[in-house]
Structures are given as C-alpha cells and as structure tokens.
Design a binder for this molecule. Sequence first.
Ligand SMILES: [Zn+2]
Length: 343
Amino acid sequence: MMFYRVSTFLVLRLRESPPMQRTSFSLLAFTLLATLPNLFLFADEASPSRQPAQVDPRILAEVHKTFGPDFRVHLTPHYRIVYKASESFVSDVATQLERTYATFHSAFTEAGFTLRPYSKRYVCVLFGDYEDFLDYQREERGKEPQQKGGGYYSGKTNRITFFDEHSREHRKRRPISDKTKNLSKTSHEAAHQLAFNTGIQKRGVLQPLWLGEGLASAFEFVKTDQPFGPATENFGLRMSQLGRMQRMGKLMPLPTLVTISGKDRSQVNLGVAYAQGSAFFRFLFQKRPRELRAYLEILAKQRRGPRSSESLLREFESAMGPIKDLEPEWKVFLRQLRSPAPR
Ligand SMILES: [Zn+2]
C-alpha cells in the first residue's frame, strides 16, 4: 500500500514536472504546440471532457478544500489552472499563458538576461463570473477590490487571478473585444508572475510602480495574431492613450516616475503611471538593456521594507547614469511610438 502511494506520488510528480531543458528549438516547437487545441495536446491529463479524473486526486482535493467543490483543474506544461469558468475561456487562457511563457523567456534571453529556472507549475485562478472574482479578492486580500482592475498577481500566494471579461457589464462600447481583453490581460498577469519567479524582480523588496506595471503592460497587445512583448510594436490599449496624455501635459517628469513606489498607488493617476511606465520599460529594454539588467540587479539586493524616494533615484542613477541625460533620447522615443490600431 505504502509502495503504491509513493510510486503514484512520484509518477504524478513526474507527469507534472515541466521539461528541464529549454532550447530555442523547444521554445519554438512549444509555441506551435500551444496554439493547437488543448484537447489534443493534453488529452491524457486535462481534457475538459474527462476532467477532473485525470488530475492528481490529492491536488484536486487540495483545490476543493482551498477554493470550493465547484472548482476544476486544467494542466498545461507550465501552468496549473484552477477554475470555475467556461471551458472555452479556460482553453483560450491556457494557450495564451503558454504563449506568454515562451515570449517572456525568448525576449529576456535575447536581451541578455539570465532567467532562473522555476521547477513547479505556475498557478492561475480563473473565474467565469466577475462578482465571484470580486468576492474571492475580498477574501484573499482582505480589502475592497478596485472596480476597474482586470486581475492581479499576489506576491503572498504567488498566484495570478482574473475573470472572463464577457461577464462584466460595460457602460461604454470598448475599442477591443472582450476576448482580446481576456488574452491581453492573461499576458499582463503572467508577466508579473514570471518576473517574480525568474529573478527579474524580487518578491518582498519594494519595487518602483513604473517598473512592475511597465514590464507587465509591455506584454499587453491589441493584435492577437501577431508577436507581442517589449521588443515589438504590438502595444496594449493603454499605450494608445499615451499621445493624448502627453498633449494634455499629464506625463510625469522622469525623476518623479522612477521614484513612485507600489505603496503610492492611491496618490497617483494610475492610468498615466501604467501607460508611461509601459513606454519607459520598452525604451530601456530596447535602448539600454545592459543598464536595465544592472538596475534590476541593484534592486534585487535591497533590503526588505520601505525606502525613500531619494534611495530609489540613487539606485536608478547608479545603473543608468544621470536621469536628465536620458531625457533627449526618451523624448525622441515617445514621438516615434505609433499608436496601435485596435481591432
Ligand atoms: Zn499589473
């Protein structure tokens, strides 16, 4: 009996382990495979029609205990999706999570970053209903959720959580479809989670707001059939508002932008911080990758707890040089950014 339990455990653990080696070829192959129907790819583990019997029963019991008996599990090579949502939404998110995983690794590797391997599956929690998402968020975070938020990454649980946009009522007609919004926010939240688990950012250390949100927003897009990420021009919707913000004089001076921490969220115009952060992350990623790497290494070495805005500026300038010297090139970069054409 004991042997059976141990061997079942080992087999299931093995089945859940992502591949150890990831070459460029495997990334490419994997991106192609991830776009195939999930039913075909993971028929033995997580086929929606045969769920949840194919998932490790102990993991499922744990999921039911933590989330409730209505939740199911869908596995992909790098993700465990825990959900109470439609199979089509889960399937779209599953494919997009794997696309983001591949894009994130190739973009940062090509820019000269060394990513730390993560041996477990990332956990993503999905809700088909917006109100259920709000209730869950109240319980997990112990505070009233922001009504505009589309999802979030929790450093405490290391999970990403979001909901199907089809279930949220919109007063105004929106420039992108609910499906595109679902895919784009999948990549935003996945980028947060990947950054904190591959050594790009460090959990528990105070991060400037522009950096975390700029990095995640740089993985948003409006063109679902094209490559995306900080090295591309497939921008998220918020980038289309940047020009208007600039004309209205809303953009922040760089020394202000780089010294706002995540703790100051309530005191700043978040729309501007995210849009400008996204453009600024793209700028440094494309034009100053070496300095950006040095800056992230400096941040990772900082102690836990609050730091002053003077410290944040000092850390930035010790990697990038005087911030005023970046201004001319940054202004040119902003002028050259073309707005996305939503579809
Ligand atoms: Zn975010």
